[in-house]
Design a protein around this ligand. Structure first.
Ligand SMILES: [Zn+2]
Ligand SMILES: [Zn+2]
Length: 343
């Protein structure tokens, strides 16, 4: 828009700063997903690379606040301000609302309006169906700050139900063997369970103890998971031919080896990289991701139609190049401290 029509317009890179502790929205006096405790933080979701302890005041969805409280207890925040999806508030001089990101329960994009511009920070997101959270909602904006965990054309996630089908097929081929699936505790675990249910598996699913609290939290938030049972390695016999979910480290370590001739599977977007699967001794890699793949990333740039894109959190270069070729002003944002919890 011509500057004369909007003399008050201030380019977003003048009011959103990249500081060592993370993105800082100056006229609002708040950070987004800071890497250490700050005065005021807007938190996109509960993964540990985004939600950290020690903040004074935290703005987040009720789902994210519940996850933070469960994982960090009192350290989660001194004061919390729950923000429902779509609720609009002012923080300092900035108008803020959270909209669904489709990543995990409670995950949100941060929509900010200030000085004639709308900026959307995606947080982590995906575009495919997920029964455990509300779907990503594209918001047209002037600047879109996108994650790029799988920001290379080589990353194209296959259909989720096909991956879960491989697991169910293996169960029918090897009915005597325990099937142990490595899943991250927050998000992936509950997503894999709902995918199994969607694929028609209604038997009990056994959980490593570390996965139980967040499954209970999801159920309290209305996500039905079906029959879950504790997986105690002692009860080996019961676990023959059973589906067992465990944190990645337990699934690929001694914990799982104590079961009877286990089939070790792992559900992760990184399972596309065969070498990673082999290194970890994963027999049955399942490419199931809670992050957008290349097609979802590029589709999203079209959907939000932002003339300017800031790329962060992953493989920035290819997406910056792709956007630039399509006439979008694009640059990589060098944020430090974002080592994917799920990586
Ligand atoms: Zn995440
Ligand atoms: Zn992340």
């Amino acid at each position: 828009m011509p500057a004369a029509l909007h003399p008050e317009r201030l380019p977003p890179d003048r009011w959103i700063k990249v500081l060592p502790e993370g993105l800082y929205v100056e006229p609002g006096g708040f950070h987004i997903d800071p890497v250490r405790g700050v005065e005021r933080a807007v938190i996109t979701h509960g993964h540990s690379d985004h939600a950290r302890p020690g903040n004074q005041l935290v703005f987040a969805t009720p789902g994210t606040l519940a996850i933070m409280a469960q994982r960090m207890g009192e350290a989660a925040a001194v004061v919390t301000r729950p923000l429902d999806y779509g609720e609009t508030i002012r923080i300092g001089a900035v108008t803020v609302r959270l909209v669904p990101a489709g990543h995990v329960l409670g995950s949100a994009q941060v929509v900010m309006e200030y000085a004639g511009s709308r900026v959307v920070v995606s947080g982590d997101y995906k575009r495919r169906a997920d029964r455990t959270c509300l779907p990503f909602e594209p918001v047209p904006c002037d600047v879109f700050v996108t994650e790029a965990t799988f920001g290379l054309p080589v990353f194209r996630h296959p259909p989720d139900l096909g991956e879960v089908g491989k697991l169910l097929h293996s169960l029918t081929l090897f009915p005597e063997r325990s099937h142990v699936v490595g899943v991250y505790a927050l998000g992936k675990c509950q997503r894999v369970i709902t995918l199994l249910r969607a694929a028609g598996y209604d038997g009990p699913i056994h959980l490593h103890g570390a996965l139980e609290p967040l499954c209970a939290l999801y159920e309290r938030h209305g996500v039905a998971l079906g029959e879950l049972r504790p997986a105690t390695v002692a009860a080996k016999e019961e676990l023959k031919g059973a589906l067992v979910l465990a944190p990645p480290a337990a699934a690929t370590d001694r914990w799982a080896r104590r079961l009877t001739d286990p089939v070790v599977a792992m559900a992760s977007g990184w399972m596309r990289v065969r070498q990673r699967a082999r290194q970890r001794g994963v027999e049955l890699p399942l490419i199931i991701s809670d992050h957008a793949d290349w097609d979802e990333l590029t589709q999203t740039l079209e959907d939000v139609a932002a003339p300017e894109v800031w790329v962060t959190h992953g493989r920035e270069e290819a997406l910056v190049h792709h956007a630039t070729q399509r006439g979008i002003r694009a640059r990589a944002l060098a944020l430090i401290g974002f080592e994917e919890e799920e990586a």
